[in-house]
Write a protein that binds this ligand. Structure first.
Ligand code: NAD
Length: 511
C-alpha cells in the first residue's frame, strides 16, 4: 500500500464544517504509537496521529523517485495546469482550511485566511512561471558555436516545515517544486499535522483529477528523526527546511556529509529603527502588528525596536497604550487580535526570557498585567515591551513569543550597527521620512538582512519577492522572484554547429 493510499485512510471531511467534529480518531500510518493532538486554543483533544516509520519513509522516497521520473517529462505548462487544479480545490474549501489553521495553530481568523490566500497566490505565481522557466543563450567565443543554459528538474524535494505557517510554507516550496518538474515529500511540524493531512487530501484529489503520478506529492508525519532520515537519503535531491536556527544547523551538518543541496529558512531576530522624521502614528500601528500579531510567532515578528532618543518617550507611550487595548483570547472570537502561544513550553520560555531581561537591566513597560477573565485553557500571554539598557545576551536571541525589546540611539550609524549586530539576518524595517537615511538603510552599508523594509513592518511579506535571510537565518530564498531556480539544476550546453573543431581559449591540439 503506497503512502498515498494510506493518506486517504485519513478521510478528510472538512468541507464547510468546523473541523473539530470530524478529525477525532484520524489514523495515519500503522505504527503502534498514538500521538494525542490538542488545540492550543483550549487544550481540547483533536484526535490522535501515528507517525511514519523508518520503512514508510524509505518506501515513500522510492515512490517519489519513480513519480519524479515520469513527471520531469511532462511539459512545464501542463505541470502548471495541475497546480491550477490544486488552486480550484483550495478556493472551494478555503473557509474550512482557514478554520483548521486557527484550530491547530491558534492564529486569528483573518491571519489564517491570509495564509490560505498566500497558498492561492503561490498557485497563481507558479502557474504563470510554468510558462516562463527560461534559460539563456550566450555568445560563444568560437565560430559557429552556441552556448545554452537550461534549467532541468532536480528530483525528490524534501520539505520540512515549522508549526507557525502550517500550510503556506509548504505551498511556497511545493507549488514551485511541482511546476519545476520535481516530486515532493513533506515532513510537517509535529505540532500541526492535521493541517498537513488536510492539504495532502486536497492534493491527492488534484493529482487524481489530472492523472498525475499519485506519489508526486507525499506526506510523512514524524519528528526530527523522520526529518533526519530525509536529509540522509541520497535519493533526496534538495532539502528545504524551515524552522529554528538549531534545526538548520543540525540539518546543514548532516546534509554536508553527502554535500546535499539545502534551502534553509531559519529563525530571525528582527529589528525596526524609528528615526526623528518618522510618522509615529503609522510606525506605532506597524510595530504593534509586527510585534504582537500572531502572538509574536512569525519568523519575521518584530523583536527589537531601535528608537532615536528624541522620539522615544512619545513612541513608547503610544505603544504601551496600544498594547493595553489589545484583545487577547480565543482566536475564533471576532475582534480578538492575539490568540494563544502554541503550547505551555513556549509560555515558559517567554517568562524565562522576561526574567532574564530584567536581570540584564531591562524594565518591563507592559506585559505583566492580569489576563482577561474566562480564557480557555491555552497558553495565553500578554505581549510585552521591555526597555533595555543595551543589546544584552537575551536580546541577541530569538524567543518565539511576543516580547519587544526597546533600545535608544543617538547616531543613525549606531542604529544600523545595532540592527546588524545579531547572528540572524532575516527581516528589518526603517521608519523615516529622510531620504538619506532611507538610502543608507537599503544600500550596501545598511541593513544586512534579506528583507529591508521602509515605513512598513518587518512581517507580512508578499509572495512576489524572494523571501529569506542571511547569516544564521540560513541564506535560502523562497517564493517569488527567481527563487524557482533553487528547485532546478542548471546545465550549460556547448553546441558546435560548424564542421571545424576550434578549441576554447585558442588551445591548439594538433593530431
Ligand atoms: P523547529 O525547529 O522546532 O521545527 C521545525 C521543523 O524541523 C519541524 O518539522 C521539526 O520536526 C523539524 N526538525 C527539528 N529538528 C530537526 C532535525 N535535526 N532534522 C530534521 N528536521 C528537524 O521550529 P518550530 O518551533 O516549529 O518553528 C519556529 C521556528 O521556525 C522559529 O525559529 C522561526 O523563526 C522559524 N521559522 C522560520 C521561517 C523562515 O521562513 N525563515 C518561517 C517560519 C518559521
Amino acid at each position: 500500500e503506497s503512502i498515498w493510499q494510506q493518506t486517504r485512510i485519513a478521510h478528510w471531511q472538512l468541507a464547510g464544517c468546523w473541523p473539530a467534529a470530524v478529525l477525532g480518531g484520524l489514523a495515519h500510518y500503522a505504527d503502534d504509537t498514538r500521538h494525542p493532538l490538542k488545540s492550543p486554543i483550549d487544550a481540547s483533544e483533536l484526535g490522535w496521529l501515528s507517525q511514519a516509520t523508518h520503512a514508510h519513509t524509505l518506501h515513500g522516497i522510492s515512490l517519489g523517485s519513480a513519480a519524479y521520473k515520469e513527471w520531469r517529462l511532462i511539459p512545464a505548462a501542463k505541470r502548471g495546469q495541475m497546480v491550477a487544479t490544486i488552486a480550484e480545490k483550495v478556493r472551494e474549501r478555503r473557509t474550512a482550511l482557514a478554520a483548521l489553521i486557527t484550530l491547530e495553530s491558534g492564529k486569528i481568523g483573518s491571519e489564517a485566511d491570509g495564509e490560505v490566500q498566500e497558498w492561492l497566490d503561490m498557485c497563481d505565481f507558479a502557474i504563470g512561471l510554468s510558462r516562463q522557466l527560461h534559460g539563456l543563450t550566450i555568445a560563444s567565443e568560437r565560430p559557429a558555436h552556441l552556448l545554452l543554459e537550461q534549467w532541468q528538474p532536480l528530483g525528490v524535494v524534501a520539505v520540512i516545515t515549522a508549526f507557525n505557517f502550517p500550510m503556506a510554507v509548504w505551498a511556497w516550496n511545493a507549488m514551485l517544486a511541482l511546476v519545476c518538474g520535481n516530486a515532493v515529500i513533506w515532513k510537517p511540524s509535529e505540532k500541526t499535522p492535521l493541517c498537513a493531512l488536510a492539504v495532502q487530501q486536497l492534493v491527492n484529489e488534484a493529482l487524481a483529477d489530472c492523472a498525475a503520478p499519485p506519489a508526486l506529492c507525499q506526506l510523512v508525519n514524524g519528528d526530527a528523526t523522520t526529518g533526519s532520515q530525509l536529509v540522509n537519503d541520497p535519493r533526496v535531491a534538495l532539502i528545504s527546511a524551515t524552522g529554528s536556527c538549531a534545526m538548520g544547523l543540525a540539518v546543514a551538518r548532516l546534509a554536508a556529509k553527502r554535500l546535499a543541496r539545502t534551502l534553509l529558512e531559519l529563525g530571525g531576530n528582527n529589528a525596526a529603527i524609528v528615526t526623528p522624521s518618522a510618522d509615529l502614528e503609522l510606525a506605532s500601528r506597524a510595530i504593534v502588528f509586527a510585534a504582537a500579531g500572531t502572538c509574536g510567532q512569525r519568523c519575521t515578528s518584530l523583536r527589537r525596536l531601535i528608537v532615536h532618543q528624541s522620539v522615544l518617550p512619545q513612541l513608547l507611550s503610544r505603544l504601551v497604550n496600544a498594547y493595553r487595548s489589545l484583545a487577547i483570547g480565543d482566536p475564533r472570537q471576532p475582534g480578538v487580535l492575539v490568540g494563544p502561544l502554541i503550547n505551555k513550553d513556549a509560555r515558559s520560555r517567554m517568562q524565562a526570557a522576561l526574567a532574564q531581561a530584567q536581570t540584564e537591566g531591562g524594565e518591563l513597560l507592559t506585559g505583566n498585567e492580569p489576563l482577561p477573565c474566562g480564557l480557555p485553557d491555552g497558553a495565553y500571554v500578554r505581549p510585552a515591551i521591555m526597555a533595555m539598557p543595551a543589546q544584552t545576551g537575551i536580546v541577541m536571541q530569538e524567543t518565539f513569543a511576543p516580547i519587544l525589546y526597546v533600545l535608544g540611539y543617538r547616531q543613525f550609524d549606531q542604529a544600523i550597527a545595532l540592527n546588524n549586530a545579531v547572528a540572524q539576518g532575516l527581516s528589518s524595517a526603517l521608519f523615516s521620512n529622510d531620504l538619506h537615511e532611507l538610502g543608507q538603510f537599503i544600500g550596501p552599508a545598511g541593513s544586512d538582512c534579506g528583507l529591508a523594509n521602509v515605513n512598513t513592518g518587518t512581517s507580512g511579506a508578499e509572495i512576489g519577492g524572494a523571501f529569506g535571510g542571511e547569516k544564521l537565518t540560513g541564506g535560502g530564498r523562497e517564493s517569488g522572484s527567481d527563487a524557482w531556480k533553487c528547485y532546478m539544476r542548471r546545465t550549460t550546453n556547448t553546441l558546435n554547429l560548424g564542421q571545424a573543431l576550434p578549441l576554447a581559449q585558442g588551445v591548439v591540439f594538433g593530431l
